[in-house]
Design a protein around this ligand. Structure first.
Ligand code: NDP
Length: 290
């Protein structure tokens, strides 16, 4: 069994990004973060992304709004960021409070700056396989992990468990696209006999949000397993009182796999690395547009 080391692969991607950033000087790629409220997970994700941006020589700015922010106020800020030519990427940290219409908010970001890839244009461009389409960072990270680990994908049966807009659906689109060339099945909570379907997979992408949901009996010997899940489970031995586990029962599944990602240290670091790559691409494209 090969352990796919997301930290090491993310470092590889970030080193390449850093080199390309240096070549753009005096232009500095700038990613603008927008956070609404103080959700601890969102605070920690944005902090990590800001820190990584600084490490690769990018500028990261952050605007924090209170939970009560109105759609109009948020849109005015997004419009200003869209109009600011020194800003190359805009990321609105999800989840948003219930009163803000998420799709409308994501669509307010200019398509050229949609480095999170959640806008309608980005998703359409991805499905159309247009060059330069921004792919959502987590599924893009999944593909990069497969590619850089030398996993053969062409003609393989990939089963994606989860159909969210953020992970499952774009992961399926990317696996299906020319270059990856998988035969793709997407499963979800209404799928009948999930274990039988997952057992047919050469590549399993688990994006469910349920700790250790994918168990050894669902895995075909020699499959490649990518665990997107990030779940907090109580653990009294930890200072925080919890530990992070994936959607895959790593201990049970790993002996059966050809390769598997750990949690933490698998897909998570890749999400951040792909955000940096998307921002750099946005900046390079803005430069070539002049
Ligand atoms: P969502 O809750 O949006 O989607 C979960 C998906 O899993 C849904 O499509 C749901 O089906 C499906 N599902 C739920 N229960 C079952 C079940 N019993 N059988 C089959 N399918 C089921 O989650 P996300 O896609 O946003 O995230 C998934 C996981 O990935 C989470 O653990 C999240 O924390 C993690 N994540 C990790 C990231 C990273 O950087 N590593 C980034 C983003 C997310 P249905 O649509 O029918 O409800």
């Amino acid at each position: 069994m090969k352990l796919i080391d997301g930290n090491a692969i993310a470092q590889e991607v970030l080193a390449e990004v850093k080199n390309r950033v240096a070549k753009l000087s005096p232009v500095i790629p700038h990613v603008a973060f927008v956070r609404v409220g103080e959700d601890p997970a969102s605070v920690s994700y944005v902090t990590k992304k800001q820190k990584t941006a600084a490490e690769v020589g990018m500028k990261a700015s952050l605007k924090v709004f209170p939970e009560s922010v109105s759609k109009e106020e948020l849109f005015a800020h997004l419009d200003a960021l869209n109009a600011d030519s020194t800003v190359h990427g805009i990321l609105i940290q999800a989840p948003l409070p219930k009163h803000l219409p998420e799709t409308e908010v994501f669509n307010r970001v200019s398509a050229n700056k949609d480095v999170d890839g959640f806008g309608t244009q980005s998703i359409g461009r991805l499905v159309q396989e247009l060059p330069g389409a921004f792919a959502a960072c987590t599924p893009a990270g999944v593909i990069e992990l497969l590619r850089r680990s030398g996993v053969e994908t062409a003609g393989k049966h990939a089963v994606v468990v989860g159909r969210s807009l953020i992970v499952g659906k774009p992961a399926a689109v990317l696996l299906l696209a020319k270059g990856c060339d998988c035969t793709v099945t997407i499963a979800h909570s209404r799928t009948r006999d999930l274990p039988t379907i997952v057992r047919q997979a050469d590549i399993v992408v688990a994006a469910i949000g349920k700790p250790k949901f994918i168990t050894a009996d669902m895995i075909k010997p020699g499959a490649v397993v990518i665990d997107v899940g990030i779940n907090r489970v109580p653990d009294s031995t930890k200072k925080t009182g919890y530990r992070i586990v994936g959607d895959v029962d790593f201990e049970g599944v790993s002996p059966k796999c050809a390769a598997i990602t750990p949690v933490p240290g698998g897909v998570g670091p890749m999400t951040v690395a792909m955000l940096m790559q998307n921002t750099l691409n946005a900046c390079e494209r803005a430069q070539s547009r002049g």
